[in-house]
Structures are given as C-alpha cells and as structure tokens.
Design a protein around this ligand. Structure first.
Ligand SMILES: O=CCCCC(=O)O
Length: 456
C-alpha cells in the first residue's frame, strides 16, 4: 500500500511519510475502541465534560505549534490557522458547559396522566471521515459533542494532513481521555469503507465531497448505520439595493477568500441587484486587489496557495470551461503553473446556465457575479443549485430579509453578515449539501440513542 505523505503545498516538499495501518493494527485499534466504550459510556457526563474542557486548554496552550502544523500541511495563512485552533477550544468550552443540560432526560406527561422520559445514551464507536480544509476544526466540531455524549471516536482524516490527525489524537491523550476514546486511523478509502462493515462501528459522520459522501453513506445504509453528511456548498451572497454596499463588499471579500476560498460555507455566488451591481463589483474588485499574497507562515500574507496542485488545476479547468461557454473574466483567470498550488484570485461574470461556474461548487478563490432585477430573481438564482448549505442576504429592511430567508433552500441564512459557524448554532445543509446537523444541541443529539422509558 502506498505511503501517506505530508507535503507542504507552498513549496511542494515532502515533510514526512507514514505507512498506513496494517489489517492487524486496525483490528487492535477497533478492539480497543470497543472495550473502551464499555467503560467510557458509564463515566458521568460531568467528568467527560471536564476532560473536553481540558482538551480546550491544551489547544490554547499549544496554539502556535498546532497552527504551524496546519499551515505546513495544507497551506492556509498562519493567522487563519491560529483562529482555527482557538475556535476548536471554543467548541470544547461550549460542550463542557452545556453537555449535561443537552443530554439530560426529557420528561413527557401523557394525555392519560401517565409519565415517560427520553434518555440520551451513546451509541459506541463513531467513525469520522474528515477533510483537509479545516484539519483541526472539522475534527473538533465532531469530537467535542460526540465524545462528551459518551461515544468513542475513530478518525479517518484526509490523507494530506496525517500530522494534524496524530496531533489531535495526542491532545485527547494529554487531556486525560482514556486510551481508545479517540483514535486516528491512518488508512486509505478502501479500508475506511470496510470499517463500516464492522459491527463495532455504529455510525459515521463525514465532511467532504459529494462523491465521498455518497460512497460512505451508501455503505452505512447498506449496513443499517446512521450517517451524517456535511458536503459541498455554492452559497449565494445576495445584495439588495438598500444594503450598506461598502460594508457588504468588504464582507463579501472575506466571505469568498476565507481559507483561500476552500470552505463549504464560503460565499461563492454574488447575486447583486442591478442598480448597485457596478458599485458593488468595483468595491469588491478593489478589496481583492489589495490583498497580499505570500508565504503562508508570514504574518503579512493575506493568502498563499491552495492545499494541493491538483486542486488548483481542477479549479482552473472549471474556469476554462465556463469561459468557453461564454463567462467573462473580470479579474485573474490565469492558468496555474503546472505542479504549483498557487492560484490567482478570479472574478467571473455573465455566467451562462449549464456552465461549471453556474452549477458546480468552485472550491477556491473564484467569485461568480450575477446581476438581477429584483429580490424575486435573486432568490430564483440563489436556489438554482443542487446545493443547499447556507446563504447571506444584505438589505437594510430586516423584515424583508427575514421573509427572503424563508425562501432560500439552505440549512442556514445570515442577514447582513457572512456565513460563519459557531458552537451554539446548528450547522448543516439540505439538498446535495447533505443531512444532519453538527454543533448546538442538535449536534450532540445526532449520535445518541434517544431512548423512551415509559414510567407508568
Ligand atoms: O468546508 C466546510 C467548512 C466549514 C467551516 C466552518 O465550520 O466554519
């Protein structure tokens, strides 16, 4: 089996290589998972909450070390990596504080005067298949609620971030979690699918592509196991004529350029009412041009590179095909150098229906612009996608904003703000963006058995 490589995308250098786990090693780890669960599920929630709190403290203590690792393995700028580690600690604090309340029994009074309650019990080993774009955050978003609920976690991380995977495992160990509560499995996708055939694995949470989601959820379904899918997005950013245009344009650039555009909830399609289209596009363009590119470890860099050269090539192909079909390049549009992960931020307009820029997710720094006559047309274009993750609407009329929010087909809508996840807000999509919710109370209840106990 080929080695799992940790490669610095900024300079293409191989940093480390790891041998994937052998079948025997996988078996040993699964056994540990199973035996640990039997004791872990009996630990009081308050004790599990103290351990997750401790994990948050370790994240903060070693923030710089973890941030450098993130930047080294997937190329995001160091400031963003630090923010990512802090956000993980925030999620740990949040569940440390709220897990007991969220998991406490729900009492039900029946119409005949009898009583029942719903108790929330952990399921066992939950497989987490996680992506490289937020190599710490995606894992903690899963692990903080799931482990605190009394499950044990098995992480199959993206193969380009093995050092992050191992660092996360060591955080749980250092925090005092019993050995086996959280394990990183360095394995390929074939071995991942086999895990779902194993009775000791009870459910799966996947964040990643539609293709990976369909394969994993298909296998989970075949084995009658629950899956939670958090897939792609092509989030609209709608700006109506009555919005604060300079603020919307400034925020729009942040929303598109976050993580160098490699985020499911990055704003991807800018749908602008015609009377403010030119003004908005001009400000957006000026704000993008001002950003400074450079080494991701440099404090002064605003962006660096994509996570892998093949991702840069794929993104360029989407632009190329869209332009062939009639899309116009307003900014950027250059072909990346072969073998390089660097990419020039690009703005496309006049996007024809049927082109990749119209219907596919553009997972990188490419903004697509749509001019619309009014809010009704804005909603039509916003919903003209297979995805349904989130959306941002800008208007000074909040009542109108709320009404429009109800019309958007997505898991979340943010008014006069960019879409951003936070521990207290349920996170997830509809349509081809997936199903299930992470974070908030919903997030911790995804992987529990809500058991009805009739009390009479
Ligand atoms: O690709 C998905 C990114 C989610 C980022 C977040 O939760 O903020």
């Amino acid at each position: 089996m080929s080695k799992i490589q940790s490669i610095n995308p900024w300079n293409g250098k191989v940093i480390k290589e790891f041998a994937p786990l052998s079948p025997g090693e996988i078996e040993t780890k699964l056994e540990l998972s199973e035996s640990t669960f039997q004791s872990w599920k009996r630990i009081p929630v308050s004790e599990r909450a103290s351990l997750i709190k401790r994990a948050g403290e370790i994240l903060r203590k070693n923030k710089e070390e973890y941030a450098r690792l993130i930047t080294l393995e997937m190329g995001k700028i160091i400031r963003e990596s630090r923010a990512e580690v802090e956000k993980c600690a925030w999620a740990c604090d949040y569940y440390a504080e709220h897990a007991e309340e969220f998991l406490s029994p729900e009492r039900i009074k029946l119409p005949d005067g009898k009583k029942a309650k719903i108790i929330h019990q952990p399921l066992g080993a939950i497989l987490a298949v996680m992506p490289w774009n937020f190599p710490f955050w995606q894992v903690f978003r899963f692990a903080a609620p799931t482990l605190t609920a009394g499950n044990v976690g098995i992480l199959k991380h993206a193969s380009n971030v093995p050092q992050c995977a191992l660092a996360i495992e060591s955080i749980f160990r250092e925090a005092g979690f019993p050995e086996g509560v959280f394990q990183s499995f360095l394995i390929d996708s074939k071995a991942t699918l086999s895990l779902l055939e194993d009775d000791r694995v009870k459910a799966v949470s996947l964040t990643g592509s539609e293709k990976a989601g369909a394969a994993v959820s298909g296998s989970a379904g075949k084995n009658i196991k629950k899956s939670l899918l958090e897939l792609g997005g092509s989030d609209p950013f709608i700006v109506l004529a009555d919005a604060d245009i300079p603020l919307a344009a400034e925020t729009a650039v942040k929303a598109r350029m976050v993580n160098f555009g490699q985020s499911c909830i990055a704003a991807k399609r800018f749908i602008i009412e015609e009377s403010v289209y030119e003004e908005f596009l001009k400000l957006f363009t000026e704000n993008i041009i001002q950003l400074k590119s450079g080494d991701p470890m440099e404090e002064s860099s605003d962006y660096a590179c994509m996570a892998r050269p093949d991702l840069a090539s794929e993104l360029y192909e989407q632009i190329e095909k869209s332009v062939e079909l009639g899309a116009k390049i307003h900014l950027g549009g250059q072909k990346p150098i072969k073998g390089s992960a660097e990419f020039i931020p690009t703005i496309l307009s006049d996007i024809p229906e049927g082109s990749p820029a119209y219907s596919e997710e553009l997972f990188g720094p490419v903004a697509t612009f749509f001019k619309v006559k009014n809010a009704t047309e804005a909603i039509r274009i916003a919903n003209a996608t297979e995805f349904g993750l989130a959306a941002s609407i800008w208007t000074s009329d909040l009542k109108k904003g709320e009404t429009l929010a109800g019309e958007i087909e997505s898991g979340a809508v943010f008014l006069n703000a960019m879409v951003a996840s936070q521990p207290a807000l349920p996170f997830g999509g509809i349509k081809k963006s997936g199903f299930g919710r992470e974070l908030g109370r919903q997030g911790i209840l995804e992987f529990v058995n809500a058991k009805t106990v009739y009390l009479g």
